[in-house]
Design a protein. Structure first.
Length: 200
């Protein structure tokens, strides 16, 4: 698949290329996540597992799980490249692949017959490239990618931050989703929100 070039916010950056995280790009994703596996060994498996499963899997087991998802396909997310180096990641998939989303009282589906929904669950941007628009470019590309895969709606679970605890911002922020055309459909707590936009 050809790269999906996106404009960074606030200024366009034609050097940024966004690609699906396919098997041949696994080394780039592993390098981006580093020894800590993105956030405390999560390897972006938090939303795919129950709390008990995630506690048991954090670290090398979670890395193997993500590796298996990437190598088996379809791609479980997108990678942003700058000058050939991976600088950002966005996880997305049909909502039913995220067991924690399905069961969460905060973000679970609003209606049982709500189908064709893809979830954007996590962002990770390399230190030094944060606050430069990489995550927002990934979000825009995620909507395009989901639409090409047949999604009807794209859903995200951003936070409305009251401070600057970066680890808490991994689902993205309310302001970023708003700028990308998402609207709020539920707010279960002051900081946890469900936002949507049409994939069409």
């Amino acid at each position: 698949m050809r790269g999906m070039r996106r404009d960074l916010t606030p200024a366009a950056n034609p050097r940024l290329v966004i690609e699906p995280a396919t098997a041949e790009r696994w080394p780039d994703l592993a390098d981006l996540f580093g020894a800590n596996g993105a956030y405390s060994g999560c390897w972006c498996m938090f939303y795919r597992l129950t709390g008990r499963e995630f506690s048991a899997a954090a670290g090398p087991p979670a890395k193997r799980m993500l590796h298996d998802l990437v190598t088996a396909g379809p791609a479980p997310g997108l990678l942003a490249y700058l000058d050939g180096a991976a600088v950002g990641w966005c996880a997305l998939a049909p909502r039913e692949e995220y067991g924690r989303v399905q069961r969460s009282p905060l973000v679970k589906p609003i209606a049982a017959d709500d189908t064709g929904v893809w979830s954007v669950t996590c962002f990770f941007v390399r230190r030094g490239q944060r606050r430069s628009g990489v995550a927002e470019a990934l979000l825009g590309a995620a909507v395009e990618h989901a639409a090409r895969q047949g999604a009807r709606v794209v859903e995200g679970y951003p936070v409305d931050p009251t401070d600057d605890r970066s680890a808490d911002l991994f689902p993205g922020t309310l302001s970023m989703f708003r700028r990308s055309g998402f609207t709020e459909v539920r707010r279960s707590t002051p900081r946890r929100i469900v936002m949507r936009r049409s994939a069409g």
